[in-house]
Design a protein around this ligand. Sequence first.
Ligand code: GLU
Length: 291
Amino acid sequence: MPPPLKYHPAMSPVITRFAPSPTGELHLGHAYAAWFAFDAATRRGGEFLLRIEDIDGARCRPEFVASIEADLAWLGLEWSRPVRYQSDCLPEYRAALDRLAAQNLLYPCFCTRAEIKAEIEAAGGAPQGPDGPVYPGTCRTLDPDHAAMRVARGDSYAIRLNMALALGQVGPLNFHDADAGTIACDAAPFGDIVLARKDTPTSYHLAVTVDDAAQGVTLVTRGVDLLAATHCHRLLQALLELPVPDYHHHRLMLGADGKRLAKRDHSATLASLRAGGATPADVRVMVGLAV
Ligand code: GLU
């Protein structure tokens, strides 16, 4: 039986956030997620925050940051503190990495995607983790001097978490989801996750964990497709001694094809709905929320 949470946020003011990536226009799925977070906080006298997840320089574009902020304002959603841009927070992610490195939980991985694929094929397959096939651990046992030499000479690398060591360090953990209740944390199926790359001192899992703590988020609301990721985030919270927020993983908005709405569903963008004469109240009805 996992131990009880060391911190229960029901005792704290509810602080939620909406955390889109500026890689496209917001659509109905984002409107639902943003309102879900906003309602969860403001109905309980709490705060709603905005975070822009813009660490992927190749895919994020400034014009989408502007359109996200304009769409949210049109919906009537106001955030109570300055927007947090992940691209401004790289030193914080670096500090978290340094902390994990000091616990000897990280190693550089020089494998290319093709090499990982070949290695998995040669081994006759790999378990399927929530982020894809589990990394076979090729670089986990590299001689540290050899690895340091490769880093020094400028080779490309990712920084991976040694999952087995990390799990051994923290012992049993759990987290609380408003619908599913208390969930025993099990990050093992992810294998040695990538926490950073040579030129980007973070990854989705690390940045989200550091950000939610830095922003004082007490209730993380997001789509149920990210429930698996919460297992990793809970592990990182334990390793970095960060407070544990409560979670509410909500339903996803589906398109006419029954699939999750995606950036390719242009008819569902808030900009196109607004241009077509829809009001924010109409959008609330479309996403199944009471007006
Ligand atoms: N940026 C992520 C997305 O757009 C959400 C981050 C999170 O809620 O953890 O799906």
